[in-house]
Design a protein around this ligand. Structure first.
Ligand code: KG4
Ligand code: ZN
Length: 344
């Protein structure tokens, strides 16, 4: 049996492939970003994404195999993101993975994208173990999860409207910053005053672990429009910093309260927004004071990547959770094994 697993990720606008060894070592990672293609639209255009995946995938597979010094027959299996994500994009990766599994007669591992984001932390921090709290924040998701043991989760809360990354992207657009907006807001905020404008902090004391960003988004847009109408200059740095502070204040408050209530001593961040500098700093301050450790992957493993898919694929393979070749892509898919109880 091969000692290497190929991971394929095509759920959104990144075509990414990786090879991970049986010991969990990342041997190669290729990320073909489509950001430039979508930038002029200010968001991901599904049709463009699918077509770009089609063009980029096979070259990305070849590149990551050759970089890892691995040939097809060395593969113990092929792991691929099954969902959640854009269905047309998912299908490109899933179909290619099925074809490889069939042609090479190797197992197909169908991975949950959200679970893979969490597992990027185990890939990068060997020795890290549950129980822990995972905050999954990306362009499509905001999820606070109690990971009780490996592959067993309880979703404590989620967003009631916009995902955090979605809000960052939207506000960046309103402020005339580039796409994707998260890194831009993060960058210009460094020169701004986070206390300049008192934007609302929705649900901060509501007793749940849910999040809501639509009110904040509207408040920022109204603030900017009013200044525009009066012909006044928009203090972009201060607006960005104050917006970011409002987002992060609620996140930090809820995460630390969840850490206290669940009694975990580890918190991990996952997803593209986990790269946010203000979130990391504020959370680190708060958690350190409580004796709780904070972990997050390096930026390439925070964003969508094939490495997390290959890494989690090994776990599925070891647990015998091999997918059938007629497994479907799933645009929406809850966290695998989730004991989600809407009442909590
Ligand atoms: O996980 P990801 O690469 O793709 C999804 O699965 O959605 O996350 C992308 C999102 C984008 O909305 C982007 O603006 C946001 O992550 N993002 C950030 C930062 N870096 C990326 N948001 C805030 N601060 C950042 N530094
Ligand atoms: Zn993602």
């Amino acid at each position: 049996m091969g000692e290497h697993l190929l991971g394929i990720e095509t759920s959104c606008d990144e075509t990414s492939t990786a090879v991970v060894s049986r010991e969990g070592r990342l041997l190669s990672l290729v990320i073909a970003s489509q950001t430039d293609l979508h930038a002029r639209y200010g968001g991901v255009v599904p049709e463009i994404a699918s077509r770009a995946h089609l063009e980029a995938l096979i070259p990305a597979v070849r590149e990551c195999l050759s970089e890892a010094g691995v040939v097809y027959r060395d593969l113990a299996g092929v792991a691929v993101t099954r969902g959640p994500g854009l269905v047309g994009s998912l299908l490109v990766g899933l179909t290619a993975a099925k074809a490889m599994a069939l042609a090479l007669d190797i197992p197909l591992l169908a991975v949950n994208h959200l679970e893979a984001h969490i597992y990027a932390n185990f890939l990068h921090h060997p020795g890290l173990e549950p129980p822990l709290l995972a905050f999954v924040v990306s362009g499509g998701h905001t999820l606070l999860v109690h990971m009780i043991e490996h592959r067993r989760y309880r979703v404590l809360g989620e967003t009631l409207d916009d995902a955090a990354g979605e809000a960052y992207d939207k506000i960046a657009r309103v402020l005339g910053l580039g796409y994707p907006g998260g890194p831009e807001i993060d960058r210009v905020s460094r020169r701004g005053d986070p206390h300049a404008i008192p934007f609302p902090r929705a649900l901060i004391r509501d007793g749940t672990y849910n999040f809501s960003l639509s009110g904040l988004k509207t408040a920022v847009i109204n603030y900017v429009r009013k200044l525009e109408e009066k012909g006044e200059r928009i203090p972009v740095e201060d607006v960005a910093a104050s917006f970011q502070a409002a987002v992060v204040d609620v996140q930090v408050r809820k995460i630390s309260r969840a850490a206290e209530e669940t009694g975990v001593n580890t918190v991990v961040l996952a997803g593209g927004v986990a790269a946010n500098r203000w979130l990391r700093e504020k959370l680190e301050e708060e958690l350190t004071a409580r004796g709780v450790g904070l972990y997050y992957p390096p930026p390439a493993l925070c964003a969508d990547n094939g490495a997390m898919v290959a890494y989690l694929g090994w776990r599925l393979l070891e647990e015998g959770e091999v997918a059938s070749l007629d497994v479907d892509a799933a645009a929406s898919l809850p966290l695998t094994g989730s004991a989600f109880d809407p009442a909590t």
